[in-house]
Ligand binder design. Structure first.
Ligand code: NI
Length: 167
């Protein structure tokens, strides 16, 4: 197990598109374990492989109150969506920033699990929002990309200042 460094906005590498996983093997399962350790340590409720500089379509989510229900989605696809919700979102790559983003309220997602088996999951509420947020990362999209250009510039500047202070 290993903690992986999380790319920090506005790192250009967060804007790359991840490629589909072609083999669910031990190497991939090790990545998922390391991602889980990294997410729980942060702590966060979701993480995409893009955020740890791995360009594979893998996300993990655990929005359970006890932080004990890890869900893995490999090559996830949303096959149904309905409704509108606007939760305030945060992101491990954009620390300390919380903004509302328009999302579907209910989704059905199809993916492979860590055993390589296909499954469909109906999700709503926080879980649905979290899955959509993490899936965006796989397409090179960070939640602040939904905000106005001015707001994005302010956030990038604020994060740069924060980082200078902590170095
Ligand atoms: Ni994120």
């Amino acid at each position: 197990m290993a903690l992986l460094p999380i790319l920090q906005y506005p790192d250009e590498r967060l804007h790359r598109v991840a490629r589909p996983v072609t083999a669910v093997d031990d190497e991939l399962r090790q990545l998922i374990k390391d991602m889980a350790e990294t997410m729980y340590a942060a702590p966060g409720i979701g993480l995409a492989a893009t955020q740890v500089d791995v360009l594979l379509r893998v996300i993990i989510v655990d929005s359970s109150p006890g932080h004990d229900q890890l869900m893995t989605f490999i090559n996830p696809e949303i096959i149904k969506r309905s409704g509108v919700s606007d939760f305030e979102e945060g992101c491990l790559s954009v620390p300390g920033i919380y903004e509302k983003v328009p999302r579907a309220e209910r989704i059905t997602v199809r993916a492979l699990d860590a055993g390589g088996q296909s499954f469909d999951l109906d999700a709503d509420g926080l879980l649905a929002v979290c899955i959509q947020h993490e899936m965006d990362h796989l397409d090179g999209k960070v939640f602040v990309d939904y905000l106005s250009r001015l707001k994005q510039q302010r956030i990038a500047e604020k994060l740069r200042k924060q980082r200078r202070r902590t170095m």
